[in-house]
Design a binder for this molecule. Structure first.
Ligand code: SF4
Length: 264
């Protein structure tokens, strides 16, 4: 069953009660393995089960992971461990992502204690590959400071993807903060965020999503006629460690992580 066939079997109400908001992108998300049929609020459980049995999920992420692993196999992880803020243990690279340690073996297998999602694997493999490809430029950079922040659009090629960054990252983050500021702030702090001062909002948190990729999240709650707003800013060198597509992925991952932690 493909996207169109699945769409024809959905309630087609475009009610906005699932994360995709309308039925056609929901059908695509299910086919890609990014959403479960049970997330459709209007689909009877029995019908969801019937359709599920007819769907072959094409998880594009597994193919991408294999491709990235082939690239990682050619890299001497020990030569770039320090550069990307990791350390070597028993021939593997250990690197933190959102406060959790992950181990990357010489053949690019990514493991950790507990559950690991495909997006974390892709992100870490991107991080290693880009750090290696840009290692000469990174070594030549002046001493880094976490305090010089730039917008996503100011990163290399950021203008091209700025709309997706806003749609996939800043907008869902804003919605979560609008719904429960205290809960999201608590989760951010569990991920290692610290409150920053000196901005036009008290809701300013900095955290390292990857060792060399700190981000600054600024949130302005709704006030009289001004709607709420979120800006996610980066260290000026973020684009040496991740390309702009991977940075969108990074913030999407943060959003998914907050969603998952808020359900526990
Ligand atoms: S919840 Fe179901 S009916 Fe509503 S928009 Fe999503 S897929 Fe369509």
């Amino acid at each position: 069953m493909n996207q169109i066939e699945l769409y024809k079997n959905l309630p087609k109400k475009n009610c906005g009660k699932c994360k995709q908001k309308t039925c056609m992108p929901f059908a695509l998300a299910v086919i890609k393995g990014d959403a479960e049929l049970s997330e459709c609020q209007l689909l009877e459980p029995a019908e969801a089960e019937r359709l599920k049995a007819m769907i072959t999920v094409t998880d594009w992420r597994e193919g991408l992971i294999l491709k990235l692993r082939d690239e990682i196999k050619k890299i001497d992880l020990g030569s770039i461990a320090e550069l990307l803020g990791g350390q070597m243990q028993n021939g593997s690279l250990v690197v933190n992502c959102m406060g959790r340690p992950f181990t990357v073996s010489a053949d690019g297998d990514v493991t950790t204690h507990g559950h690991i999602t495909p997006w974390v694997k892709i992100l870490l493999l991107h991080y290693i590959r880009n750090s290696f490809n840009n290692s000469i430029a990174i070594k030549g950079m002046p001493k880094q400071t976490d305090e010089k922040w730039v917008s996503y659009a100011e990163l290399k090629n950021g203008m091209v993807k700025a709309a997706s960054f806003e749609r996939e990252g800043e907008e869902p983050l804003k919605e979560m903060l609008d719904q429960n500021l205290t809960a999201v702030e608590t989760i951010l702090k569990r991920l290692g965020a610290v409150t920053k001062e000196g901005f036009s909002t008290p809701c300013a948190w900095a955290l390292h999503l990857l060792p060399k990729v700190p981000v600054l999240i600024l949130y302005w709650p709704e006030e009289s006629e001004f709607p709420s707003k979120v800006k996610v800013l980066f260290n000026t060198y973020a684009d040496k460690y991740l390309d702009v597509e991977a940075i969108v992925f990074l913030i999407e991952g943060l959003v998914k992580n907050i969603e998952a932690m808020s359900r526990r």
